[in-house]
Design a protein around this ligand. Structure first.
Ligand code: ZN
Length: 97
């Protein structure tokens, strides 16, 4: 039986959340820092090329901002942990920004 290894990170480990536009042929990205920029009043509602990103009336940063608020208020009832497969030597690495 093979051993599977996973990498688990918490919210505080995140350095940035990258939103990528899913409109055909676009793929534009917006980088949001989880601690500083999620709380800003300015809403991220479209990609840099103007494609709307609003779903159910929530902007992308407010969606994650609400999640962050749920984790830090009301008794901290849950945490969000993100789990990834451990990268193998054959997978490309992500360049540092
Ligand atoms: Zn776009």
């Amino acid at each position: 039986m093979p051993i599977e290894r996973r990498v688990v990170v918490g919210w505080s480990d995140l350095r940035a959340i990258v939103f990528e536009c899913a409109s055909t042929g676009c793929g534009a990205r917006v980088v949001v820092r989880p601690d500083a920029e999620l709380d800003k009043g300015e809403r991220v509602e479209k990609c840099p090329n103007g494609h709307l990103w609003i779903g159910d009336g929530l902007s992308v940063n407010k969606t994650f901002g609400t999640l962050k608020q749920q984790m830090s208020s009301g008794g901290k009832v849950f945490k969000v942990l993100l789990q990834f497969d451990e990268p193998t030597a054959s997978e490309p690495t992500v360049p540092k920004q």
